[in-house]
Design a protein around this ligand. Structure first.
Ligand SMILES: Cc1ncc(COP(=O)(O)O)c(C=O)c1O
Length: 396
């Protein structure tokens, strides 16, 4: 049967990524294409013990249906933690539990956007979010990224040109895919612009804790006197992505609509996973664990940056992230890194071509994303060296 798919999903294709991941599954290929957190950071023994205890002592809680908003004591603990650590949350705000930060992006779009409404995005941006916007028929308008965050004049022009803009999606710290952090000055300017034009800021902060030098800039949500920011985050990068436990903080009217909509998606985030996260936070010092992750990723990032300096052609520029999991490289000129990626994959090294993260993902793009989070240091060096050789040959 020929399926008659909706127009909304016709714009979404995972083909480019699947093509690359096909090679990444081959153990003889070095993949710089991933984005997973390092497995050794998962507290498997601690979580195993907690799960065992929950299932034996509280099965009627851990295995029963629960509320769409999330387990109340867990919400209270997170609300207090965000207030004390990050100055997030005002009297008009509420917090609810989502199935990974990705679900907050999806639900906010669902409650805010009719087909044809505009979502303003940093360009490049996280493909999972771009596809969520596309899946509701939203029109994406990209504004280019600079070394210190979005081009603010470009954002203002886009706001002026698109009166039906509903959302501005941003990853202000250790951005995926570029690794860039938006400066405090730009955050203030962007917040003021969005408030002026009545556009909701969707602040996605999954890498915010993974700062290499301990510096954390104020979030948009911490500046949010008018209740225009929906802040989302998760435990994916600091505990386990497989648990799928995330949270969103926003004006209570917005959260209420998102909670209502969550009921048609998955009813509630798996309660066992919420309880495991909650108990872990009560029993263990997650900040100490995060401090170790910062060092681990900082060191791996440095290994990759040194290898890039040594092995990649000098004409290729790269970002120098202060946190997170990614480095963004640009070959400049007429290169289409989709083609380059195929060429490199045959030479046993893969990366993600830049077009994947663009509003127009069919147009050629000379940039690409590298990741360092899961590999041994020696393999990072080997991968970048192979990449350098392949790129030099390609560019000849
Ligand atoms: C920028 C960004 N946002 C959201 C997500 C989704 O994360 P999760 O749903 O696991 O919380 C990711 C995952 O890689 C990401 O990079």
């Amino acid at each position: 049967m020929e399926f008659r798919f909706s127009k909304k999903v016709s714009q979404i294709s995972g083909a480019a990524i699947e093509e690359i991941l096909k090679y990444a599954g081959d153990p003889t290929v070095i993949s710089l294409a991933g984005g997973n957190p390092a497995t050794e950071t998962f507290p498997a023994a601690e979580l195993g013990e907690i799960a065992q205890e929950l299932l034996t002592k509280q099965p009627s809680l851990a295995l029963q249906y629960n509320t769409p908003r999330g387990y109340a004591p867990f919400r209270e603990l997170l609300t207090a933690r965000l207030r004390d650590h990050d100055n997030i949350g005002r009297e008009f705000d509420d917090l609810f539990i989502v199935t990974g930060g990705q679900q907050a992006v999806d639900l906010l779009t669902k409650v805010m956007c009719d087909e044809g409404d505009v979502v303003l995005v940093e360009e490049p941006s996280f493909v999972g979010a771009l596809n969520a916007f596309r899946s509701y028929g939203a029109k994406l308008v990209g504004v280019k990224m600079e070394d210190d965050g979005i081009d603010v004049a470009g954002l203002e022009a886009a706001l002026q040109a698109n009166p039906n803009a509903k959302l501005f999606y941003t990853i202000p710290s250790f951005h995926n895919p570029t690794g860039i952090t938006t400066s405090y000055e730009k955050r203030k300017a962007v917040y003021a612009l969005c408030a002026q034009y009545g556009v909701v800021i969707l602040e996605d902060n999954p890498y915010g804790e993974l700062t290499f030098d301990g510096e954390k800039l104020p979030t948009y949500k911490s500046m949010d006197g008018e209740g225009i920011v929906l802040y989302c985050n998760s435990f994916s990068k600091v505990l386990s992505p497989g648990l799928r436990v995330g949270y969103a903080v926003g004006h209570k009217d917005l959260i209420q609509k998102m909670v209502d909509s969550k009921q048609t998606c998955d009813v509630h985030t798996p309660i066992l996973n919420q309880l495991m996260t909650y108990e872990y936070l009560k029993r263990y010092d997650i900040d100490a664990a995060i401090a170790k992750m910062r060092v681990l990723y900082r060191d791996k990032c440095q290994v990759m940056l040194d290898a890039i300096e040594e092995y990649l052609p000098k004409s290729i520029t790269h970002t120098v992230p202060k946190g997170g999991l990614f480095v963004w490289c640009d070959m400049h000129g007429d290169y289409d890194t989709r083609e380059v990626a195929q060429y490199c994959a045959q030479r046993k090294v893969v990366f993600v071509p830049g077009c994947t993260f663009m509003v127009d993902d069919q147009a050629p793009c000379s940039a690409f994303r590298l990741n360092y989070s899961t590999m041994e240091n020696a393999r990072i060096v080997e991968g970048v060296k192979l990449l350098g050789e392949a790129l030099r040959n390609f560019m000849k």
